[in-house]
Ligand binder design. Sequence first.
Ligand code: F6R
Length: 260
Amino acid sequence: MEIVIVPDAAAGGELIASAIAELVTRKPDALVGVATGSTPLPIYTALTAKVAGGLDVSRVRICQLDEYVGLPAGHPESYRSTVIRQVVEPLGLSEASFIGPDGTAEDVAAEAIHYDRALAEAGGVDFQILGIGTDGHIGFNEPCSSLASRTRIKTLTEQTRVDNARFFEDDIEQVPHHVITQGIGTILEARHVVLLATGANKADAVAATVEGPLSALVPASALQLHPHATVVVDEAAAAGLKLADYFRATYAAKPSWQSI
Ligand code: F6R
């Protein structure tokens, strides 16, 4: 894993957007996996600025990481609506270039299998953006998810529902209990996985992910198995890292031609 400590969330967003821009320049129809939540917003802001500055993303395809089960189609907090609002529209993409699981499907299990297949048929994810839950989840693979899991239905922990109540008028009753999420095994198939973590409330999860043992109790620790995983953290989220100085020195000494 490469660990990059940046001064703040905006710097993390810029670094990751630059890596996506490089990818898209090399592979114009790249499949980029997007996460929702607060953390990736600086990435989308920086990427939107690059598009305004001339970056051509017209052939880029995007795919969703997860989706709430049971929110009505078009609900503003469904992840489909969120991605359309935060990524598809600002980047000027078409909805046709965007795939995600249908959280309103009657047969959720079949929908999950169908989505895993759709990702494979699309040629696999080139660049997967991830956030991290305070409990160490990636996607919505909550603690004790199988490290080999495929896309499937999961039940959110109480902690995650509390964390996400802010998107539902601070009313936990409105936060769905179930989600369809790419499995950890699915996420690990992406060619490059980039996790952004910002803020002091992520420091424990980041330390466990990066320096703790590989454990289903900390789903993000599965990234230790990935041949090209990058963890970008701001100073606050890096606060629990024992090897922070080593990570800083390693990144500072990186050849300028080599991106994350
Ligand atoms: C969202 C997702 C989640 C979030 C995580 C952190 O699509 O998969 O894993 O990345 O819950 O959320 P924020 O960024 O809001 O703290």
